[in-house]
Design a protein around this ligand. Structure first.
Ligand code: ITT
Length: 197
């Protein structure tokens, strides 16, 4: 199956390509469709945003499109930054400014109350308007200072449950096996296997 990735985030593209490499999928990106219009992410949930991005791209490209909407939910902050994760420190903020803002907001929060999860919704939309969604979560906690240089986004401050290393200190394989994106893409894999049998 040919699928176009409806994302402009290079790190997500790397992760998705890596995780689906053994699946019977040929991946295209928005670089193959440079005039594809941007989609406004104004939904209240990861699912709403993922569906919106995937549908817009499959409509434009007339190909199946896969979108990822994801983010970090910190329980002590009532689920923030949530769907606003990419622009927590303001429009155009980079990863460092976003996680530094998070660490500063959480300065007074005790170690026991630093629980958080990453969430990822993968939406696969077809040119006929049909859409499938797959959710994945990674439970963990937020550290007090950034550690590690791999990955992206909030990885340097996120310790997955049962581990004393952040996602940014893990190998690609370690992160993929535990991550919200890895879990959601495994569900996509099962779905695609079911379709081809
Ligand atoms: P597209 O909409 O083009 O896919 P984006 O970066 O704007 O790219 P999102 O709106 O889904 O994507 O925002 C996701 C943000 O959540 C991302 O920028 C990171 O800050 C954070 N995030 C998501 N997955 C992550 C991961 O695996 N590790 C660290 N941070 C992650």
């Amino acid at each position: 199956m040919n699928i176009v990735l409806a994302t402009r985030n290079k790190k997500k593209i790397e992760e998705i390509k890596r995780i689906v490499k053994d699946m019977p999928i040929t991946i295209y990106t928005l670089n193959d469709f440079p005039d594809c219009p941007d989609v406004k992410e104004d939904g209240n949930t990861f699912e709403e945003n993922a569906v919106k991005k995937a549908m817009a791209v499959s409509k434009y490209t007339k190909m199946p499109a896969l979108a990822d909407d994801s983010g970090l939910e910190v329980y002590a902050l009532g689920g923030a930054p949530g769907v606003l994760s990419a622009r927590y420190a303001g429009e155009g903020a980079d990863d460092r400014r976003n996680f530094e803002k998070l660490l500063s907001e959480m300065k007074l929060i005790s170690d026991e109350k630093r629980g958080a999860r990453f969430a990822c919704c993968i939406a696969l939309s077809f040119p006929d308007g049909k859409v499938e969604t797959f959710m994945g979560y990674a439970e963990g906690r937020i550290g007090r200072e950034p550690r590690g240089s791999k990955g992206f986004g909030y990885d340097p401050v996120f310790y997955p449950i049962g581990h004393n290393k952040t996602f940014a200190e893990m190998t690609d394989e370690e992160k993929d096996a535990l991550s919200h994106r890895g879990t959601a893409l495994k569900k996509l894999y099962e779905y695609l296997k079911g379709r081809s049998s």
